[in-house]
Design a protein. Structure first.
Length: 511
């Protein structure tokens, strides 16, 4: 059957209308095609051929949309490779994991990293100001959890995203970490999903890791103690990846402990000024729909560095709500703040437990005790599994689960040098030109005796997280102007233009 002249005219008009569209719109239309259809479209006419040929932007968009369907496969494969990882000696005599090295190489590809590591709701918010209206009251998608888990296993927090690296993840992560609605009985006030199942909420773990990573890498740049754990992709993100420099002598309880609890641990705790915390959660501007995230938050935090020394006190069989493969291990010990070692309130006794969750993740619960009184609790998940070097990421909060807070993020990981963790910490700081003002008096005395010179910065955290998008507009009059994130548009524009930032001084928010 031959086409009528009128139908041919309509076809010509449609072709002319399509090819006459602006390049951005045409790109947006073609990106929804599968790769084969894109190749077919390039053969339709000369205009489409020249538009598609060599169009890196279109190829990237098609790849991102097409490969996102492979997220479940990638997440399962990465988890399997890490679960079966082990160390071998390389030619220099150093311990390496071939599986971790392989994954590090794969995800060094920028396109692969953005495709699989930046698909959680946090990164969706960064990309789309229409996120709230699009999400509505629907629960988070499982793809969000898988991408966030990959990001957590990757280990190095992605602090800047987008084609020009001008979008910052930190303010969006803060909005989740310091939102008291995330701390409920159903979530156990920790990094668990809000369904009372005890399953890990990897999106919450991702947000915590971004907040902690940003603060540590800003305050203590190039410090080996932090870089190895927080800035080396896939380092220690697999079971039994912690290897001490010296094998300790094991007592009876330690020999039976599958989690490797006894020893020295580095811990980081971040918190907001309580007035900022309260204002963010309870002011008129905080009245947002229950299904909607709070606006991006960027008011600055305090960061404390702590050394914990803990030991096993008892081991018992798992309870009915625990994973049944391993026992429950109880511990006690003490923690000392390196930042304010002379402050009685900075040091505490500890007690807690380690157990498996029903889905097989390692759950740490601890209580900080000041002058015999319990004050703070914490819940965390050991990223990478049993005895992982990556350590535990979670939350701290009032021991009575106070609905008015405070609460915040924390993480701890085992010190390789258990005998001299302070010395190892100081050695890792050698060569750093600037350190935060709250850094320990005890360590500065040690530095002075060794001849090392240290320059101190203000306690306030210099923050360049300026581009938080236009999401605040979604809240209209509900948004309190006093909570608006600090901005510095000049700094963001210069970064996007890849200009020299040496002469630019960002605004420093007060803590």
């Amino acid at each position: 059957m031959e086409a009528s002249p009128r139908s041919e005219e309509r076809g010509d008009d449609m072709q002319q209308s399509l090819t006459a569209l602006p390049a951005e719109i045409l790109n947006h239309i073609l990106m929804w095609l599968d790769p084969e259809s894109v190749m077919t479209a390039s053969k339709v006419c000369r205009v489409l051929y020249h538009f598609i040929k060599g169009n890196q932007s279109l190829c990237r968009d098609v790849y991102l949309l097409w490969m996102i369907h492979q997220l479940a496969f990638v997440c399962d494969t990465v988890s399997r490779l890490l679960k079966n990882s082990s160390y071998v000696n390389n030619n220099e005599g150093n311990l390496i994991s071939n599986n971790a090295e392989y994954l590090r190489d794969l995800f060094s590809n920028e396109l692969a990293a953005s495709t699989f590591l930046q698909q959680s709701s946090l990164f969706e918010r960064m990309r789309s100001t229409a996120y709230l209206s699009a999400r509505g009251a629907h629960p988070p998608r499982e793809e969000h959890q898988m991408s966030a888990k990959l990001h957590c296993l990757y280990g190095s927090p992605i602090l800047k995203a987008g084609r020009t690296r001008s979008a910052r993840s930190y303010p969006y992560a803060c909005s989740r970490v310091y939102d008291l609605r995330q701390y409920t009985q159903r979530t156990k006030w920790g990094p668990f999903r809000d369904d009372d199942t005890g399953r890990v909420d990897w999106e919450k773990v991702e947000a915590i890791a971004i907040v902690l990573g940003k603060n540590m890498l800003t305050k203590w740049p190039r410090a080996d103690v932090f870089d190895e754990i927080w800035d080396t992709p896939f380092h220690g993100s697999f079971p039994r990846s912690f290897v001490p420099r010296k094998m300790p002598e094991l007592g009876d309880l330690d020999a039976r402990d599958p989690y490797g609890v006894t020893g020295s641990w580095y811990r980081v705790v971040c918190f907001l000024d309580y007035s900022d915390f309260f204002h963010y959660n309870f002011s008129m501007g905080a009245l947002v729909p229950s299904y909607a995230p709070r606006p991006p938050l960027n008011v600055g935090e305090a960061t404390r560095l702590i050394i914990m020394k803990i030991r096993v006190t008892s081991i018992e069989p798992p309870g009915p709500d625990d994973g049944q493969e391993l026992p429950v291990v109880h511990f006690e010990g003490e923690s000392q703040s390196i930042d304010n070692s002379m402050d009685d309130n900075a040091n505490s006794d500890l007690r807690g437990s380690v157990r498996l969750t029903p889905e097989g993740e390692v759950r740490w619960t601890s209580v900080s005790i000041f002058h015999g009184q319990e004050r703070w609790r914490s819940e965390g998940i050991q990223v990478g599994g049993v005895r992982s070097a990556r350590g535990v990421v979670g939350t701290w909060f009032d021991r009575d689960y106070d609905l008015q807070g405070p609460a915040g993020p924390t993480a701890f990981w085992k010190a390789a040098d258990a005998e001299n963790p302070r010395d190892a910490l100081l050695d890792s700081m050698t060569g750093i030109l600037a350190m935060p003002a709250e850094f320990p008096h005890a360590l500065t005395d040690m530095a002075a005796s060794s001849g090392d010179e240290m320059e101190f910065l203000d306690d306030d955290d210099a923050d360049d997280d300026d581009d938080v998008g236009d999401e605040e507009a979604e809240f209209g009059d509900l948004w309190d102007g006093d909570l608006e994130p600090t901005t510095n548009e000049l700094l963001g524009l210069l970064e996007d233009a890849e200009m020299d930032l040496a002469e630019v001084t960002p605004h420093e928010p007060s803590v």
